[in-house]
Structures are given as structure tokens and as C-alpha cells.
Ligand binder design. Sequence first.
Ligand code: THG
Length: 280
Amino acid sequence: MKTILIGKSKEVVIDTEGPVVIIGECINPTRRKRLVSSLQAEDFSYMLELAKSQIDAGADILDVNVGYPGVADVELLPKAVIELQDQFDIPLCLDSPNPLAIEAALRVAKGKCLINSVNAEEASLRSLLPVARQYGAAIIGLTLDDDGIAHEPERRLKIAEKIIDRAVSAGIKQEDVIIDPLAMAVSADPYACRVTLETIRLVHDRLGHNITLGASNISFGLPAREDINNAFMAMSILYGLTCPIANPEKITGLVRAADLVLARDDFAIRFIEHYQSKQL
Ligand code: THG
């Protein structure tokens, strides 16, 4: 199954057969004080720097999250989109819990964006599916519903099916629903990653949809986070993860290596190209 996103004109294809597509996570005020203070002053230069460095490091899509307490991302998210699309031709993943901010950003965005995110709560489906349909956007479907987060992979699969059914009923193409199996901190629950891995496998085998997740969520609260993230990322890719949300400066080498090992990079062309770009 293929999901196509579009920047100003450039198309990016996310294909369940791979290779892995990287959604750059760094435009996110969590733990980035400088992004918060610059955005508060409506100075977008640091955000644009973060965009450039992520693209140079291998990002195919940029996640854009400008929300933080006390600031109206209804106004800020569309401004950020305009600034980014003025400089870069890369598809955007609009990341906000606020449906009004998502809609305001879609109104000004060129191309075809990804909405991050919809979930199976009735309020989320009702507010966002018509918006996705209206603007021709693809959606990330988080596998949680009005009962919260399920701990059984089979239940997360059922929730994924529900989101896909409702999206198709709302006029969204099936392939435009990318499933997020929910990556949670393994420090809080020893089985957190096993549940996520098993959900990835079920969604891949039974539904055949593209799959995303926040790759660095799992290692919160632990040392040597990169080691943990890398182990989880490699296993997730084998099971069917196709478009992780991650820091490209830390993940692109591993992603290229995984594609090579999975016979998705004939003659190691992309692997070597990435390796050489880092030597410059
Ligand atoms: N699923 C979906 N969307 C998501 C998530 C998800 N969006 C947000 C988040 N989870 C993924 N994005 C981030 C962005 C920044 C950080 C973590 C996840 C982050 N990382 C470092 C830290 O934790 O200290 C700091 C920056 C760095 O090391 O580069 O803050 O699960 N659909």
C-alpha cells in the first residue's frame, strides 16, 4: 500500500514495501527552550534552521509542532507552515492536539499534508475526518479510543480498523490512513515495547497499512537512550514500521542500514550516499 504526500510540488511515497521514510521530529517545543522563545517573538529563523539541518540529515517529511502552554497555535501553526513552505519543498506533518489549528494550517498549506493526529475517540473522528477529506490530507490514526489506551495488541488492532472504517466512510482513501501503534516509555511498563511491536506486526499483516510512531518516546527516563531507540527501531522496521517520527541526525544511519539488510537498497547505493554525505 502506498501513501503519497506532497510538498509544494515534490511527492514523497510511503510504501509498505519500504524503503523507510523519515519524519523529522525536531520542530517541537518540548525540551527546546530556544524554539519556544523564538516562536513567542514570532521569529521563525531558528525553526527554519531546524528544518534545514533535518533535511540535510535525511528527513523526507517534517513534523511541525508549535504548541505550548499559553500560546495559540491556531495562529502560530499556519504561520509556521507558510514560512517553511516559502523555503523548502518538503511535505509537512501537522502536529497539534487542536483541530482548529490543524484546519487553519491546512487552509494555507500547499500540496498534501499529513494530519498528526486523529484517534478513535468520537470527538476526534467527528472533528478531523471531515477536515482531512475537505483538504485532501492524509491522517495518522492513533490506536486509542474513548476507553483510553489498550494494553492488548488485538485491541489496538481493532481500534486501527475502526479509524480506517470511519475514515473511508468519510470519503478518505484507505491508503491515506497511517496507523500509529503507540510507543510508550519502557521505564514505566516492562511490556510497553512488546505490545507496540506486536501491534505493528498485526497491523502490517492483517491490514497492510503504513505505520508510524514516535521513535524516541520509549526511552524517556533512561540513560543511553540512543541504544534503546536503535534496538527498538530495528525490530519495528522488520515488523512493518514504515515512517518513524524521529531525529534524523540520530536515526538516518540506522534506517539506511536496516533497508540495506532487508534488501531494499540494491548495491547499497543509498547507504553509501548517506555515509558519504556525513563525511563532508
Ligand atoms: N506519535 C505521533 N506523533 C508524535 C509522537 C508520537 N509527536 C510528538 C512525539 N511523539 C514525537 N516527537 C518528539 C519530538 C521531540 C522529542 C521527542 C519526541 C524530544 N527529544 C529529545 C528529548 O526527549 O530529550 C530532545 C531533542 C533531541 O534529542 O534531539 O524532545 O508518538 N503520531
